[in-house]
Design a protein around this ligand. Structure first.
Ligand SMILES: Cc1cc2nc3c(=O)[nH]c(=O)nc-3n(C[C@H](O)[C@H](O)[C@H](O)COP(=O)(O)O)c2cc1C
Length: 238
C-alpha cells in the first residue's frame, strides 16, 4: 500500500474476488471469502499503512481503500461476508454479484447487491455493484434501484468504451479508436506481440455490413500495418 502511495496513486484496491484456481488456492482473491477474519485483518493493515504513508509522505489528497469481491463461495453469503468486511470500514466495496463457484457463468444476482447496499446504509462504506451491465442506461437504473454509489462495467466495455457515455459510435469512430488502442498497446508494451490484441480488435468491429469477415481478417494480424490495410479496404459509410 505504501508503494502505491509513493507512486502517486489515489487508492488501493484489494482483490477478494478473483476466481482463478491458482490465486484461490493461495487464499488470494476469492479465497479470502473463506477466511473472513484474515480478510478483515488485511483491510485494517492496509488502512494503517495508508495512514502512516500519508503522514510520512505529507500527502494532501484522500486515499481510497476499496475491496473488490463476490457474493460468496458456493452460494451467496452476502449478509455474513459483506457484513464482516463492513466491520473493517473500507471506503468502498465493489461487489461482482456472482459466487466464486459461478466464476463467470449464469447471471449476476443483483438482489444480493441490494442486500449489501442495505447493510451498508448507515456506514461510511460506499457500495458499487457489478455484473453483466450492458449499457449506460442500465447502469443508471441499477444505481437508482439498489441505492448504490455506482457500478463497475467490465466486459460490456470490451470494444465499446462508448458505453460510459451511452453513445453509439459511427463505424469510422470505431475504427479510429481501434487503431488508437493498437498504438497505445505498442507504446505501453513495446516488445509485446500485437497478435495479443486480435480478439480486442475484433470486439470493435460490429454493426456494419460484412463485419464478420473483417473480424476474421483481424484475427490474423501481426502489426499495425496489417490492421491499417484491412481497415483501408473498407468503405466507411457514415
Ligand atoms: C478477462 C478478465 C479479467 C479480469 N481481471 C480482473 C482483475 O484484475 N481485477 C478485478 O478486480 N476484476 C477482474 N475481472 C472481473 C471484472 O472486474 C468483473 O468483476 C467481471 O467481469 C464482472 O463484470 P462484467 O459483467 O461487467 O464483466 C476480470 C474479468 C475478466 C473477464
Amino acid at each position: 500500500a505504501q508503494i502505491a502511495l509513493e507512486k502517486g496513486f489515489d487508492g488501493v484496491d484489494i482483490n477478494m474476488g478473483c476466481p482463478d484456481k491458482s490465486v484461490f488456492n493461495r487464499s488470494g482473491g476469492a479465497g479470502l471469502i473463506l477466511q473472513p477474519k484474515l480478510a478483515k485483518e488485511i483491510i485494517l493493515s492496509v488502512k494503517k499503512a495508508i495512514k502512516e504513508g500519508i503522514k510520512k509522505l505529507n500527502i494532501k489528497k484522500d486515499i481510497t481503500i476499496s475491496v473488490k469481491t463476490r457474493t460468496g463461495y458456493k452460494i451467496p453469503e452476502t449478509k455474513e461476508w459483506i457484513g464482516s468486511l463492513l466491520e473493517a470500514e473500507p471506503n468502498v466495496i465493489c461487489i461482482h454479484a456472482r459466487t466464486f463457484a459461478q466464476k463467470y457463468s449464469g447471471l449476476a444476482d443483483w438482489s444480493q447487491i441490494g442486500i449489501a447496499a442495505d447493510l451498508a446504509k448507515n456506514t461510511k462504506t460506499k457500495i458499487f455493484g457489478n455484473g453483466d451491465i450492458k449499457s449506460r442506461q442500465q447502469a443508471l437504473e441499477r444505481i437508482k434501484e439498489y441505492n448504490l454509489a455506482g457500478v463497475l462495467i467490465g466486459r460490456g466495455a470490451l470494444g465499446n468504451p462508448w458505453i460510459f457515455k451511452g453513445i453509439i459510435p459511427t463505424t469510422e469512430e470505431r475504427f479510429m479508436v481501434l487503431l488508437e488502442h493498437c498504438k497505445k498497446f505498442t507504446e505501453f508494451f513495446p516488445t509485446a506481440d500485437l497478435s495479443i490484441m486480435r480478439k480486442h480488435l475484433a470486439w470493435y468491429v460490429k454493426d456494419f455490413p460484412h463485419a464478420a469477415e473483417v473480424r476474421n481478417e483481424l484475427m490474423q494480424i501481426n502489426s499495425i500495418d496489417d490492421v491499417k490495410k484491412i481497415l483501408s479496404r473498407i468503405q466507411v459509410v457514415p
